[in-house]
Design a protein around this ligand. Structure first.
Ligand SMILES: [Zn+2]
Length: 320
């Protein structure tokens, strides 16, 4: 039997939760919950949400549903408020070791993600919250930054950042609950779809399509929040930004294909990883991707990168 995960977006309806600088907790947590569910659809897992729209569901109904389903895990998603900053998570005060271990894993993944943006880890905590107390399965409540802190709030305003929270949470659940992909070991279409869900890719791409420099530059610039393509896409400008920021030595034509050696070099510079050798060694750049677990098998530096491979490598870098 596939595991059952109940995701609980806090608040809803007449209960807005916390508010600050034009953001409302109930909206953010619903968006993150729906996206997490969407990402988990590729896996053998039953995901249930305690609410799917802007309505208030009383706490006993949320927990009773999870108990009736004999869920394996209950994840309550919230955004904090009250004058702090950073990320924290909660389990019930007398949670068993298994739950504490799940908290350690899920908290660790989210805290590492938030740390990349300079947010502080407020720690793994316990509390006597109703959602944690009334659920019979392992239950964890995550408080994703402070809506009333200007720095936290500015991050939460970014749709790409909110999507990244869902991606990180989904990946963390995959690892913590040992979820398996439904059909294949590797699903390149799904990797591309994840980039689309993360709002890093707009158009449809097929896994076998060769990656072009204009496309590669645009996605990388979105990742580093540097893209300035507004309504009109300007791939030359996107490539120019990579050159300007010294991720790429010289300009390329937008329709030029991307070989593995160059692909790896640019990505390694973005990751601030470098080959410890003088001069440019494209083979070593590809090997560095393998060493860091982003790529499974060797590619010739001159071989062309396709979209399925690109999406897979990027997702591993961003969300694992
Ligand atoms: Zn809340």
């Amino acid at each position: 039997m596939a595991p059952i995960i109940v995701i609980d977006p806090g608040h809803g309806g007449y209960d807005p939760g916390a508010r600050g600088y034009g953001l409302t907790e109930k909206d953010i947590v619903l968006e993150v919950a729906l996206q997490t569910e969407r990402i988990l659809q590729a896996y053998a897992v039953t995901v249930e949400l305690t609410r799917r729209d802007d309505t208030y569901v009383v706490i006993p109904a949320r927990t009773a549903r999870a108990n009736q389903m004999s869920a394996d895990l209950f994840v309550s998603i919230h955004v904090n408020a009250g004058g702090g900053t950073g990320f924290e998570s909660f389990v019930y005060s007398t949670a068993p070791a298994k739950t504490v271990e799940l908290q350690r894993q899920i908290h660790g993944d989210l805290a590492r993600f938030y740390a990349r943006y300079g947010f502080r880890d407020r720690g793994r905590k316990t509390a006597n919250f109703a959602v944690l107390r009334q659920t019979v399965m392992s239950a964890i409540l995550v408080e994703n930054l402070f809506i009333d802190h200007p720095v936290d709030n500015a991050r939460l305003k970014h749709p790409v950042f909110r999507s990244a929270i869902a991606q990180i949470l989904a990946n963390s659940l995959v690892k913590a609950m040992q979820l398996k992909l439904k059909n294949q070991v590797w699903a390149p279409e799904w990797e591309i779809e994840r980039l689309r869900l993360a709002k890093l890719v707009v158009c449809l791409h097929h896994p076998g399509d060769t990656l072009l420099w204009g496309q590669y530059a645009t996605v990388l610039n979105r990742v580093r929040e540097r893209s300035d393509s507004g309504t009109v896409w300007d791939p030359e400008r996107e490539i120019g930004l990579l050159v300007e920021d010294r991720l790429l030595a010289s300009a390329r034509q937008p329709a030029q294909v991307v070989p593995w050696g160059e692909f790896a070099t640019v990505l390694n510079r973005l990751r601030q990883r470098s080959v410890e050798k003088p001069g440019w060694d494209p083979r070593a750049e590809v090997e560095l991707l393998i060493r860091d677990g982003l790529l499974v098998s060797v590619r010739e530096p001159g071989a062309l990168v396709n979209w399925g491979e690109f999406a897979t490598v990027l997702n591993r870098y961003l969300y694992n």
